[in-house]
Design a protein around this ligand. Structure first.
Ligand code: PMP
Length: 360
């Protein structure tokens, strides 16, 4: 069977081995006579899936015991609200570094909950770069500082991080979690929707320092309260069982591949192929991100005329490349090359870019 050359931004390509294993277990999970989505979430089988998934994630990202791992629903977008609902203390400010559309949305939700401020922003530069850590100006009495480690739409990524802050660092890692090693000790909370590097959509991973759970007020709706989810080990209500199962398979795949260090090496190799095609094109392709802030996950670029961009996207589609149009809010082109996108597909895209340039 021919698989697509999938460069979607999310939901995105999954490892073929994961899909094959899920297919094999679809009708009969481990001799239970039921598929995973037919199992009770209170069954022994699902409890094991839940526990194994958490343990795999703890191993891969070296998550210490002081942190809880939660599997929630509502996507990263619900975290835009849950973070300030739970962590913004009375009379205090929620501080945000704006590096793109998703951090703007996170800020907007925080503003609905209380005081929120911009600690740094690259908006006036059309989000071409990540502000340096020395530029971040955190207002006094802040409850936390929020960053978006990879900006899916603009194709920028944080490569050095604020360290030793007096307040918790909170990060939206939706589009780069598991793509590189993580030094969790700098963070109070991280969250990520699964549908890029972790699995299909439907589950959102939240990793939270146990100290921060004390900030969740009992008056919060239970489903929006981190403490409630932590106390019930993410089984407060019916969890997205199938998505969690897929997450487990993706984590098993990542572990078998050699873990996040190996994934990072591969991701660097893949990104270099496309950035080389851009940099060696004599201006035929222009990268959106400044070099120092380039993302290894989402490679964004433009061609210098609109009709050439349309021709590029059209020919790419005819050649079997999926998902190369830039986000509707910025246009241009974007190749999303998350963990599961095979190196050979990226090589094919780089070749296509070089050939298209030589023909135009
Ligand atoms: N944050 C980032 C960095 C994203 O890329 C996205 C989705 N593309 C979101 C948040 C929103 O995620 P969701 O659709 O899961 O709410």
């Amino acid at each position: 069977m021919k698989r697509a050359l999938n460069f979607n931004a999310g939901p995105a390509a999954l490892p073929e081995a994961v899909l094959a294993k899920a297919e094999k277990e679809m009708m009969n999970y481990q001799g239970s006579g039921m598929g995973v989505m037919e199992l009770s979430h209170r069954s022994k089988e699902f409890e094991e899936i839940n526990e194994r998934t958490e343990n795999l994630l703890r191993g891969l990202l070296t998550i210490p015991d002081e942190y809880e791992v939660l599997f929630l629903q509502g996507g990263a977008s619900l975290q835009f609200s849950m973070v300030p609902m739970n962590l913004l203390e009375k009379g205090s400010t929620a501080s945000y570094v704006l590096t793109g559309t998703w951090s703007e949305k996170a800020l907007k939700e925080a503003q609905k909950m209380g005081n929120a401020a911009i600690a740094a922003s690259s908006k006036t530069a059309n989000y071409r770069f990540i502000p340096s850590t020395s530029e971040i100006d955190i207002p006094a009495e802040s409850s936390y500082l929020h960053i978006t480690t990879n900006n899916t739409i603009y194709g920028t990524q944080w490569h050095s991080f604020p360290e030793g802050l007096p307040i918790p660092l909170v990060a939206d890692m939706s589009s780069d979690i598991l793509s590189r090693p993580l030094n969790l000790s700098s963070y109070g909370l991280i969250y990520a929707g699964a549908q890029k590097n972790l699995g299909p959509s439907g589950v959102t991973v939240v990793i939270i320092h146990k100290d921060l759970l004390k900030r969740s007020k009992p008056g919060l709706p239970s489903m929006l309260n981190y403490e409630v989810h932590a106390a019930s080990r993410s089984l407060y209500n019916t969890p997205p069982t199938l998505s969690i199962y897929f997450l487990m398979l993706v984590l098993e795949w990542a572990e078998a591949l050699g873990g996040v260090k190996q994934l990072e090496l591969l991701n660097k190799q893949k990104a270099a192929l496309l950035y080389d095609a851009i940099d060696r094109s004599d201006g035929f392709y222009t990268g959106h991100a400044e070099e120092k802030s380039r993302s290894l996950m989402n490679i964004t670029f433009t061609l210098d005329q609109d009709d050439l961009t349309s021709a590029f996207l059209h020919e790419a589609e005819e050649s079997g490349f999926i998902g190369l149009a830039g986000h509707r809010s910025v246009g241009g082109c974007r190749a999303s090359i998350y963990n599961a996108v095979p190196l050979e597909n990226v090589e094919k895209l780089a070749d296509f870019m070089n050939h298209f340039r030589s023909r135009n």
